[in-house]
Design a protein around this ligand. Sequence first.
Ligand code: ATP
Length: 250
Amino acid sequence: MNYNTNNLSIKVENLERRFGNFTAVNKISFSVRRGEIFGLLGANGAGKTTTLRMLCGLLAPTSGTALIDNTDVARQPEKVRFKIGYMSQRFSLYEDLTVWENFRFYGGVYGMSAKDIRKKFEDLSQRLNFGEQADRLTRDLPLGWKQKLAFMVAAFHNPPVIFLDEPTSGVDPMVRRQFWDLIYESALAGTTIIVTTHYLDEAMYCDRLAIMAEGSIKAYGTPAGVLDEFKAVNMQEVFLKIAGKEALLQ
Ligand code: ATP
């Protein structure tokens, strides 16, 4: 597929990360357009989190480049920090702060004024109907609410790119569906979303995806394109074929 490079939000080329002799991410390349929902899939240990951490500027690559909005993440991590929101795999809000205090804290970290934080929080809590939770301690909320709020905090400063690391892990199917509605809403408003998941049904919700195994990208494209390439009826089958190939190579 040919992409207009002006419309590219993320461009990754030969990105590699080694830990000692172990290669966690093996020279991967992919690109993501503005407003696209891009899925990174793979079994535990495939290299998804390591990739996300390099894209966010939290971990230096061993070699290769990652550009966000044409800015090299490894060279200018500070510049990139304001362009992105990151929801880490482990719950990223402070459990001992209230919901409102979490928003106030993160809004401040991302340079929003106190007035903007207050106004945006009020709009958001009314629109999404969580005003009653505002003064509750975060640790007392159900997991589904925590995950939705963590997403809203990651999106609060209106970053053009949001990274979500296994955001729906452990939450029930109904909340997973609601969570994906939030993702769609953001993408429709033009935000680029990179999401990792190990739920194979969620692969079908992405505009395009990359499936990783042992640090490499084994499949890349639209969900329908990947199914077609692997002559598979569902993602489960694609995964089995990828795992099968690995087994044959060993
Ligand atoms: P998971 O869903 O379990 O997080 P993942 O696909 O995100 O899986 P990574 O967390 O990126 O996988 O890990 C890829 C590999 O790199 C794993 O084998 C992991 O043990 C290894 N690894 C990750 N971070 C380090 C580190 N700091 N030092 C050594 N090895 C690491």
